[in-house]
Write a protein that binds this ligand. Structure first.
Ligand code: ATP
Ligand code: MG
Length: 159
């Protein structure tokens, strides 16, 4: 059955609301015109969103903001993004960030835990659904990860 995109994003927000409150992080959901429902592999897409939100949460200091955005691209794909106001990623690491086990400068993330798999798994899932994932980041300003999913004329994800 079709997934309501707004509900899907609100559910992600709910799953992390306790941790968000603990860090005094505000969440915003932005839904652009034309976004409604889609036939999605919910388990897969939830896993992508959870990986991205858990990064945003982990790498954003207290008091920051995490924004989830849904829109439709000119090519008619569903585009979802997770944006944070966190520590950002140095330019020299951006090329390798989706590699398995790759983590930026262990010193800054030593006590944050993690194996360096989240982004590589997210990319694998998005690609398996015929989509693309990109990451933009500015050191000490924040990071935005955007992924797309193809939709057919009935707003169904093509798998
Ligand atoms: P895991 O996801 O397996 O728990 P991880 O978070 O370290 O571990 P990835 O999610 O693959 O691994 O991320 C790889 C690296 O990219 C992270 O170690 C971190 O340095 C950097 N990174 C990822 N997302 C962000 C973000 N939103 N802000 C800043 N750095 C990030
Ligand atoms: Mg991670």
């Amino acid at each position: 059955e079709p997934t309501d995109i707004v509900e899907m994003l609100e559910d992600v927000e709910d799953r992390f609301s306790f941790q968000m409150k603990q860090k005094h992080i505000r969440t915003i959901i932005e839904v652009k015109p034309g976004v409604s429902t889609a036939m999605l592999d919910r388990d897969g897409i939830d896993q992508v969103l959870d990986n991205l939100i858990s990064n945003a949460l982990k790498y954003t200091p207290d008091g920051g903001t995490i924004t989830m955005d849904a829109s439709i691209t000119e090519e008619g794909m569903l585009s979802l993004s997770v944006k944070d106001t966190g520590i950002g990623i140095p330019k020299k690491d951006l090329d390798r960030i989706f590699e398995r086990f790759y983590r930026v400068d262990k010193a800054r993330t030593r006590n944050l835990g993690g194996t360096g798999l989240g982004l590589s798994i997210a990319r694998e899932i998005v690609r398996a659904h015929g989509g693309f994932i990109t990451l933009q980041s500015e050191l000490e300003k924040g990071t935005t990860v955007t992924f797309t999913l193809p939709l057919n004329n009935e707003g169904r994800a093509v798998m």
